[in-house]
Design a protein around this ligand. Structure first.
Ligand code: FES
Ligand code: FES
Length: 225
């Protein structure tokens, strides 16, 4: 089937098997290997990209489901040789060792700072709770996110690595644009390419439950599968 997805501001149309996961679409079909493929079981977070601005585990979603949506990968952080602040921050605070988890950490924390420019240590730890790092012990990652917040002007000067953080602003409620539109788009695509059956598979019933595939939900600290 032909699938068209906007990745890092550019539209790509590829003829792929319907079963291709977004992580493989990015790595194998677009050669964007910055997104890492780790556990393949929705546990490690190495594969996190942003889907319509929200951190999403790309091993939990089909590429075909992303048709008409915007994907942003770690390759888009650096622009014209200028690193994103969060990249500088990981460098400055030694937020990585082997670097395997880093693309997912960067995309997760970039999305966090875009939504909450002055996160507390607790909010940072909650945001990255769906991502596993086997090297750093997380402390330097938290420091890096605080460094980025302070250098982007979102944090109070001198707050320093979350040690004396002000009372945190309530994190913005997750936009409830649920998985439904993607599922519906996928169903429509499948119906269009199918030869005979008019009946597209029923979209899952209305409840936009918190079990949105691949989404990291700041408030609950859980990454859903
Ligand atoms: S590869 Fe581990 S969560 Fe996707
Ligand atoms: S830096 Fe090695 S897994 Fe995080």
């Amino acid at each position: 089937m032909n699938v068209t997805v906007e990745v890092n501001g550019k539209e790509y149309t590829k003829d792929i098997e319907p079963r291709v996961l977004l992580v493989h679409f990015l790595r194998d079909h677009l050669d964007l290997t910055g997104t890492h493929w780790g556990c393949d079981t929705s546990n490690c977070g190495a594969c996190v990209v942003q889907l319509d601005g929200r951190p999403t585990k790309s091993c939990t979603i089909l590429a075909a489901m992303c048709e008409g949506h915007k994907v942003r990968t770690v390759e888009a952080l650096e622009v014209d040789g200028q690193l994103d602040t969060i990249q500088e921050a990981f460098h400055e605070e030694h937020g990585l060792q082997c670097g395997f988890c880093t693309p997912g950490m960067l995309m997760t924390t970039r999305a966090l700072l875009d939504e909450n420019p002055d996160p507390t240590e607790h909010e940072i730890r909650e945001a990255i709770s769906g991502a596993i790092c086997r090297c750093t012990g997380y402390k330097n990652i938290v420091n890096a996110v605080r460094w980025a917040a302070e250098h982007e002007g979102g944090a109070k000067a001198g707050a320093g690595n979350g040690a004396s953080r002000k009372a945190a602003p309530a994190p913005a409620a997750p936009k409830a644009e649920p998985f439904q539109p993607i599922a519906a788009a996928f169903a429509a695509k499948a119906a269009a390419t199918a030869t005979a059956e008019p009946a597209a598979p029923e979209a899952p019933a209305a409840e936009p439950t918190p079990t949105e595939p691949g989404r990291i939900v700041w408030q609950s600290s859980k990454t859903t599968k």
